[in-house]
Ligand binder design. Sequence first.
Ligand code: FAD
Length: 430
Amino acid sequence: MGRAFVYVVLGGGVAAGYAALEFARRGGYSRGELCIISEEAVAPYERPALSKGYLLPEDPSRLPKFHTCVGANDELLTTKWYKEQGIELVLGTRVISADVRRKTLLTATGETISYKTLIIATGARALKLEEFGISGSDAANICYLRNLEDADKLVNAMSSCSGGNAVVIGGGYIGMECAAALVTNKIKVTMVFPEKHCMGRLFTEKIAEYYESYYTLKGVTFTKGTVLTSFEKDSTGKVTSVILKDGNHLPADMVVVGIGIRANTSLFEGQLLMEKGGIKVNGQMQTSDSSVYAVGDVAAFPIKLFDGDIRRLEHVDSARRTARHAVAAILEPSKSRDVDYLPFFYSRVFTLSWQFYGDNVGEVIHYGDFTSNSPRFGAYWVSKGQITGAFLEGGDRDDYEALSVVVWRKTKVSDMSELERQGLAFAIQE
Ligand code: FAD
């Protein structure tokens, strides 16, 4: 049993949706030549919605509202759209092996799908507690959040937990966004993580302090510097409390685990070059096999701005951009330049909203109002006399645009105290 396509996109997440739109806009394929294979049962959607609109207690966002590419204020690609464009959606289908030399993929149902050009967009999966030697992830009230199924489980757990206690394991953006959603759903939250402060990979202590105080006012308790070791369960297998390494027992009606992700590379290990936990690609998003491209969370690609340093970014904007870049490189190789990407991350919680551009390396200075409930504050990172990164909470479009420009241009800084004094104005007047 088998089917043959010219172009196959493996994975049906954010990157796949933006790749599809780029194919359709460029029109470089005929009906039936392009397919997207996805383990998920639905057409590509904007994954960030799962920890934001999807978890709201009132008028929550539901599909088809957040299919790609609405997150970039672009067309809403429903199943009907794919049909109209002649793009085959092979949904609910897991690929269990890949043979790069033969250019074939084998699905869990035993079908062989062959391609001339493959775009790997398999994204990443949530790390499970079992990988840290802790069992019990399958309990009905332990939730992860990577896909729609996880989000539905979380919504169900929340609906039977109103007024109860949730423990959030992990202080990264999944933990922070889920904690905010739980509180909004009137659930008491304790966040547990081993680091000194939340968002340890990005936030400075001062920035983290603001969000932690804000969360505390919203009723969140922080238990830092320790980790979960095991659970107590009732006779039905439901978790009733979380046991921590420091000896504490936290009562729990539900648990949300956000302890990081791992790129889905396993199908290609030993066949393609890997780097930074992902599939290594060049500036065209092309892997070590010239017929295979990789995009989104799974791709480790050179960042020109960082002197060609290879990075694997786990953020939605990078998934969108790299997907579109790969399609352009595939369809018009002679016109395609190497990807030139400015790393950009964002998050929204409660009424807060921040954006970050660049790299958080070097010396850091802070500016703005860290005390208000509707704050506007930020930070610059400066290395070798140049801006390398910029963070801003509570900015408007023009503010963020200005920050992206100073990072993009590696704007020179001769006087750190003057930069601190000027704050956002430094970027705006540049
Ligand atoms: P994904 O969107 O994960 O898609 C991968 C797809 O591949 C999935 O459909 C998966 O089922 C499929 N797949 C994998 N293996 C196989 C296989 N063997 N066979 C078939 N199909 C397979 N980023 C931000 O910048 N800001 C945010 O606020 C933000 N919020 C987020 C909130 C949540 C809850 C999550 C989970 C992520 C968030 N992100 C955010 C990150 C962002 O969503 C990811 O960077 C983005 O989804 C990556 O796109 P992708 O296409 O590479 O991977």
